[in-house]
Design a protein around this ligand. Structure first.
Ligand code: ARG
Length: 460
């Protein structure tokens, strides 16, 4: 029988029952429901709805349920119960009878589900924080290894200026750091407990909601029951953080897909994380990266689904909310899987340093250096830019790099060019001179590596 059977004289339509049930999705809240139920039993003890013995029996039985079923999903979802709350309630009552029934005093599934979802989000957010830090440290390892690995830096997907692979890794460490701070913020916002709000207007029992909040690891309680039972902003928060972070992982994938392509071809993914084509024997495809890039759209879909789900809803609880879990779970599962796989990718890639350096040298990526050289000799940057443009055209005509041009050619375009120009035009000089904070110079990179290393040491 359902929890609300008393008011009804007819059995539920079979199709409606199936349509209405959510156990096959919300079984994942078992540990959160048990945590909040134990806290609730302690508060019922305070207001003398339960005796000490009754509370202890409830707590013990709830722990027993958790231990027995937490890893036995099949058993849970095989039940006819409507949702995880009713499933636990039925089991509890089957085990301890009337005492179990008392636990449901003063509590609604409306405040219960809002609480459980917050507990779930908090639990997952803490796991995600660790995964982000792990990925940052994998990037950091690569960054240490590749301080001297020069690769082309792109704008508009045109070779722009030389950078190092280390510098590229550090860029992603920065993005992940913003993701990490965003998750910390999400956790901070998850600190207020809705339990004790009842169905909509609060509870008639004289309970201490702040104490109840502390029992579950929240810092205090929410302020308005009407809002609390219909607030799902925290799901939007966590999926927004997920979406931004997935966008970073998707760009990371796209970079590597391109670096690995036949055209750029300066990184190689190990066989263990690539797959072949059923038709073309020569193919070795970067599926893992394409999947990370592809899964990003699913996470955006989750965020958008929740935003749309909530948009027109009147206060307070509406059954539409039941749909929130599948999007939340899917979005967070994908995020976690992609953080994990990004670590695997980074640990399984090789860089063809000769080719990456060669590509960095091509495309006149040292043209800005030549302009800077002229500026150092007293020419304004705009004029220098124009002169260098002409020199590049000449170099293309001669099919040469800038540094291969004869000094007389330089002089034809600008008499003040001297022999020292060649020193300016090396890749090493291009890197070394970018020495302001955040630049690609070896000194700046070393500073960044040390700072990140210290930060990560503090976090682990
Ligand atoms: N399964 C429901 C959900 O996820 C639990 C809350 C049910 N509340 C209600 N008033 N029907 O939202």
């Amino acid at each position: 029988m359902s929890l609300w059977g008393g008011r009804f004289t007819e059995e539920s339509n079979v199709k409606f029952k199936k349509f209405n049930n959510s156990l096959n999705i919300d079984y994942r809240l078992i540990q959160d429901d048990i945590k909040s139920s134990i806290a609730w039993s302690k508060i019922l003890l305070d207001v003398k709805i339960l005796t000490r013995q009754e509370q202890q029996l409830i707590e013990k039985t709830l722990y027993w349920i958790s231990k027995k079923y937490i890893n036995n999903v099949k058993k849970i979802v095989a039940s006819e119960s409507e949702d995880i709350h009713s499933w636990i309630e039925t089991l509890l009552i089957n085990k301890i009878g009337i005492i179990g029934k008392k636990l449901y005093t003063g509590r609604s599934r409306n405040d219960q589900i809002a609480t459980n979802l917050k507990l779930w989000c908090k639990r997952k957010s803490k796991i995600i924080l660790k995964k982000i830090v792990k990925l940052q440290s994998v990037f950091l390892n690569q960054a240490y290894l590749h301080q001297n690995t020069i690769i082309p830096g792109y704008t508009h997907l045109q070779r722009a200026q030389p950078i190092t692979f280390s510098y590229w890794c550090l860029a992603y460490i920065e993005m992940l750091e913003r993701d990490r701070l965003r998750v910390l913020n999400v956790i901070e916002n998850l600190n207020y407990s809705p339990l004790g709000c009842g169905a909509i207007a609060g509870t008639s029992w004289d309970i201490n909601r702040n104490k109840l909040a502390l029992l579950m690891g929240f810092s205090s309680s929410t302020k308005n029951a009407l809002d609390s039972v219909s607030d799902r902003d925290f799901i939007i928060d966590v999926l927004s953080a997920a979406s931004i972070s997935m966008m970073h992982l998707s760009r990371f994938s796209e970079d590597l897909i391109f670096y690995n392509s036949g055209e750029a071809n300066f990184i190689e993914l190990s066989d263990s994380i690539t797959s072949g084509s059923s038709l073309m024997p020569q193919k070795k495809n970067p599926d893992v990266l394409e999947l990370i890039r592809g899964k990003c759209s699913g996470v955006y879909g989750s965020l958008l689904s929740i935003l749309v789900l909530l948009k027109g809803l009147p206060l307070s609880y509406n059954k539409d909310f039941q749909e929130d879990k599948k999007y939340l779970f899917q979005g967070i599962d994908s995020w976690i899987a992609c953080l994990d796989m990004s670590c695997v990718v980074l640990n399984n890639l090789k860089i063809n340093k000769i080719r990456s350096k060669q590509l960095a040298r091509e495309g006149y990526s040292n043209a800005t250096e030549l302009a800077d050289y002229l500026v150092n000799k007293g020419i304004s940057f705009r004029d220098a830019h124009h002169i260098v443009g002409n020199i590049v055209v000449e170099a293309i005509r001669q099919n040469k790099y800038l540094e291969e041009l004869d000094l007389l050619v330089f002089k034809k375009y600008c008499v003040i060019v001297e022999k020292d120009v060649y020193k300016y035009l090396t890749l090493e000089s291009c890197l070394k001179r970018k020495n302001a904070i955040g630049g690609v110079s070896p000194e700046q990179i070393k500073n960044s590596l040390d700072a990140v290393k210290t930060r990560l040491l503090h976090l682990s």
